[in-house]
Design a protein around this ligand. Structure first.
Ligand SMILES: Cc1cc2nc3c(=O)[nH]c(=O)nc-3n(C[C@H](O)[C@H](O)[C@H](O)COP(=O)(O)O)c2cc1C
Length: 219
């Protein structure tokens, strides 16, 4: 697989990490896409953003017989997911916090692939009752293991301060509220995008697995 840097626009995959009915994730990703559309790099055409929604990917729980680092994919859904991620130069992950970590669907989607993530910049936007920061930190560790280059900038939304529940039934646990990020949140996302675009334009170092000779040797 050609994992080298391209000269066209930086293609940023915006990964929607939750899949449940009534999720806030789609609204959060929609807002991130709006912020990105106002970013200088996107306006100048040097970066483009594509939403990759795990609900639409509908990946089953990992069902590949060969670990992803060998790149020997047997299933059409894996090949589709591989092609979608291989086509990206960088990523923004939108993850909620579920029991202090990322949703199973997101961990599963990362586990499916390996070389497709290698060397590519990634930003993490978390959300949850307290900003989802524990999930965000977990995701950074997970992404490091697949050799993504996680940028230092972080962004976090808190359900009770970055969503507007006016008009919702306070007793309804399914009420998603309306996304209404507090001052500074858009700037956080924009700063993350800036870091991602800068990193994506730097030459990518070689595939560490290829350098090591065997995937097992880098464990
Ligand atoms: C299974 C589950 C576990 C959760 N665990 C946490 C948690 O540990 N910490 C937290 O801050 N919020 C937690 N929440 C609240 C979610 O972060 C919040 O509902 C968020 O909107 C979920 O993302 P989604 O709407 O895109 O599914 C949890 C929600 C669910 C559904």
């Amino acid at each position: 697989m050609d994992n080298t840097q391209t000269t066209g626009p930086v293609r940023i995959g915006l990964i929607v990490g939750s899949t449940r009915p009534g999720r806030r994730g789609a609204a959060v990703a929609g807002w991130v896409a709006e912020v990105a559309a106002r970013h200088d790099a996107v306006r100048a055409g040097t970066a483009v953003v594509e939403v990759l929604d795990l609900a639409e990917q509908a990946l089953p729980l990992l069902d590949e017989p060969v670990p992803a680092m060998f790149g020997d994919y047997r299933n059409p859904h894996t090949r589709r997911w591989s092609a979608a991620i291989a086509a990206c130069d960088a990523f923004v992950f939108v993850t909620p916090e579920y029991n202090h970590s990322v949703p199973a669907a997101l961990k599963n989607a990362v586990d499916y692939l390996f070389v497709e993530w290698n060397g590519k910049p990634a930003g993490v936007l978390s959300y949850g009752v307290q900003g989802g920061t524990r999930a965000g930190e977990h995701l950074r560790q997970i992404l490091a293991e697949v050799r993504a280059v996680v940028v230092p900038a972080v962004a976090a939304l808190t359900v009770f301060t970055d969503f507007d529940f006016s008009g919702s039934d306070p007793g309804d646990p399914t009420a998603p509220g309306r996304i209404a990020p507090a001052a500074g949140r858009a700037a956080d996302v924009s700063a993350m995008l800036t870091e991602i675009v800068i990193r994506a334009r730097e030459p990518r170092s070689g595939d560490p697995v290829a350098v090591a000779g065997s995937p097992e040797r880098v464990r």
